[in-house]
Design a protein around this ligand. Structure first.
Ligand SMILES: N[C@@H]1[C@@H](O)[C@H](O)[C@@H](COP(=O)(O)O)O[C@@H]1O
Length: 328
């Protein structure tokens, strides 16, 4: 991990340690919101201090009553320019909250708006990028750093060392392991007009971002992320032999929900694609925290699926018709 990132993380973690924290909020839009919600899941499982995740504009308009000087508000915007996220950060800061932002762009409006600033690295698909420098790694390093500072525990130390020493290799090995499956997905699903995604727990955010960012935004393919628990309360009625579903199974406490949804779905849909964390190579991630890392690996694996889908459809992942072009 580079020294600049280490120093930025240390400053933010110390600032949190010096507050009497009453709640945590994770606030962002779209893919960045999907990125931060796993942190809320982790805090929810590990500590009694409540936390919540919000889409930026709703955070401002809903204006949670509990937002105030006891709050730690963690915002994220890849571009650093999303107006709703910049405004949410300013709003939280005005309410006296401790604000920490994550962004790829130093000196961006988001960078200026937040009190503490964390930069992460990014490289377009396929280019070399150290796993421990990505947005998810910096976010996880922040969250486990806060946990370790407030409640020192071997498990949190293991998580930190897994991020710093194990994550990069895990990403590379799992991309290699699933390359052929990603190519087959591209070939076999290139003509689909609609693909659903489904998951639960910490992996739900991956199903969500694959549906709204990779399929809808970047491939213009209809989609919806279905929560595996909610599947039986409406959505399962649309299951049929020719309706495609991507189902992610995690390793954690909500895996029984994934098993149940997958079993039903695979029985009635011949186009059920399984991304199962049990098949991931997680060597280098400490066993006691592996369930918290399955979403990171599923995200990298599915990004490769999207890349191969895009090569087959001929629709580059970078093409937009409205985003950043029209007024909205
Ligand atoms: N796929 C995401 C979108 O979901 C998001 O709305 C947009 C702005 O996000 P950010 O605030 O991270 O720059 O960027 C990406 O394209």
């Amino acid at each position: 991990m580079n020294q600049e990132h280490v120093q930025q993380l240390e400053a933010a973690i110390q600032a949190v340690a010096q507050r009497k924290v009453s709640n945590f909020y994770f606030v962002a839009c779209g893919g960045s919101l999907a990125n931060v919600t796993p942190a809320q899941y982790i805090l929810d499982r590990e500590i009694e201090i409540p936390s919540a995740a919000y889409s930026s504009n709703e955070f401002i308009h809903r204006s949670p009553k509990a937002l105030g000087p006891g709050s730690v508000v963690i915002t994220c915007s890849h571009s650093g320019n999303t107006p709703e996220t910049v405004a949410a950060t300013t709003f939280a800061r005005e309410k006296g909250a401790l604000t920490i932002c994550l962004t790829n762009l130093v000196d961006s409006p988001l960078w200026e708006a937040a009190e503490f600033k964390l930069h992460y690295n990014y490289a377009p698909y396929g280019e070399a990028l150290r796993g421990e420098e990505t947005s998810m790694a910096i976010l996880y390093r922040l969250v486990f750093g806060i946990l370790q500072t407030l409640y020192p525990n071997e498990k949190y130390a293991n998580a930190i060392s897994s991020i710093e020493n194990g994550l990069h290799g895990v990403y590379e090995r799992n991309k290699a392991l699933t390359l052929e499956a990603a190519k087959a997905f591209g070939r076999n699903y290139k003509r689909e007009k609609l693909i659903y995604t489904m998951a639960s727990g910490i992996n739900y955010s991956v199903a969500y971002s694959f549906a709204i960012c990779l399929l809808q935004e970047m491939q213009w393919i209809h989609s919806s992320a279905i929560h595996a628990g909610e599947y039986f309360h409406g959505p399962f009625e649309i299951t049929d032999f020719d309706v495609p579903f991507i189902v992610i199974k995690g390793l954690g406490e909500t895996r029984p929900l994934d098993d149940r949804a997958y079993d039903f779905c695979a029985k009635y849909s011949d186009k059920t694609i399984l991304i199962d964390a049990e098949t991931f190579d997680l060597e280098g991630i400490s066993p006691d925290v592996r369930p918290y890392f399955t979403n990171l690996v599923a995200g990298v694996v599915l990004r490769q699926y999207a890349q191969h889908l895009s090569e087959e459809t001929g629709h580059a992942l970078s093409v937009r018709r409205y985003m950043w072009k029209m007024e909205y």
